[in-house]
Design a protein around this ligand. Structure first.
Ligand SMILES: NC(=O)c1ccc[n+]([C@@H]2O[C@H](COP(=O)([O-])OP(=O)(O)OC[C@H]3O[C@@H](n4cnc5c(N)ncnc54)[C@H](OP(=O)(O)O)[C@@H]3O)[C@@H](O)[C@H]2O)c1
Length: 278
């Protein structure tokens, strides 16, 4: 299904969607796709200039509008401020997509950096960004969902959450925690606040973006690294994902079509997680 057909199937008119890390590669593409479904989309990121560039790509001739807000997912005060800005512009956040996250080279083992020498700061940064960077926005934007009795949260986990990949221990552990937290919050919201608050996640397979390009391709030649080759060999569909591959599952999970779906983590991975390698 192409993007136009998909967008014709989902209408998020009058819906406020906030995307953390919305200036990033996946977050930015998701933002563009959802504006095309008539959503009002708030891009929250630390890099407001990059957010502006994403907004310049927003489709025109749709009802959906965009706003960019500064926010650090590890700083509650900035998230509260962002919430006020978005409410003034569009009204309360109906759907929160937690797309801020990622690995960092300094938390990655290599020939020059053993597991035993991974710096504490780097490990803490990757752990905090992915786990606390998901929990804190859920506290800030989820509180009003709890008060209203409806809302949707979508987190981004990873293949690492199912089985850890080599070299990236902090990222793997943090994404496993994101999966666990998604299930925890889904149960907590439904039991304590409202069954109309749903919390789910997607677990993307391998998409070439800035955070993993250094692992999957050679920076000089652009050729696949042995790791990149191995990933493709373990992906039955034999290709990396593109951001468009995420849209169908995301739109379904955040829409009323998934009204009885909460606490799930949907792999979008070309079959990677299903393949034993044999
Ligand atoms: N790419 C993949 O193959 C893949 C696979 C599985 C899961 N994921 C997950 O998908 C999500 C999006 O990844 P991506 O590939 O689109 O990465 P990306 O391009 O690096 O996007 C992440 C965005 O989050 C922002 N960010 C980082 N720290 C932040 C903070 N403290 N507060 C607010 N924003 C912050 C980044 O801004 P800065 O530039 O300022 O750091 C960047 O704009 C991540 O959770 C990632 O772990 C990606």
């Amino acid at each position: 299904m192409n993007l136009e057909e998909l967008q014709a199937s989902y209408d998020f008119s009058d819906c406020t969607i906030l995307i953390t890390g919305g200036a990033g590669i996946l977050g930015g593409e998701i933002a563009c796709a959802l504006v095309g479904c008539n959503a009002n989309v708030a891009i929250l990121d630390r890099d407001i200039e990059l957010a502006k560039k994403v907004m310049e790509r927003f489709p025109t001739r749709v009802k959906g509008r965009g706003v960019r807000v500064y926010g650090d997912v590890l700083n509650l005060e900035t998230l509260h401020q962002a919430n006020e800005t978005v409410k003034a512009e569009f009204g309360a956040v109906d759907i929160l997509i937690n797309a801020a996250g990622g690995n960092h080279p300094s938390a990655t083992t290599s020939a020059d950096l053993s597991f035993f020498d991974l710096p504490l700061d780097a490990l803490r940064h990757v752990g905090d960004l992915n786990l606390l960077g998901t929990i804190l926005p859920c506290q800030v934007f989820g509180r009003e969902m709890a008060e209203r009795g409806n809302g949707v949260i979508l987190n981004i986990s990873s293949m690492n959450a199912i089985r850890p990949l080599t070299r990236i221990p902090a990222y793997s552990a943090a994404k496993a925690a994101v999966t666990n937290f998604t299930q925890w919050l889904a149960v907590h919201m439904a039991q304590n606040y409202s069954p109309r608050i749903r919390v789910n996640a997607i677990a993307p397979g391998f998409f070439l973006t800035e955070q993993n390009r250094f692992l999957l391709t050679d920076k000089d030649t652009g050729e696949l690294t042995p790791r990149g080759q191995s990933i493709l060999a373990h992906t039955p569909m034999n290709r990396f994902g593109t951001p468009e591959d995420l849209f169908g599952a995301i739109m379904w999970l955040i829409s009323p079509a998934a009204a009885f779906v909460t606490g799930v983590v949907v792999p979008i991975d070309g079959g990677f997680s299903a393949f034993s390698g044999v």
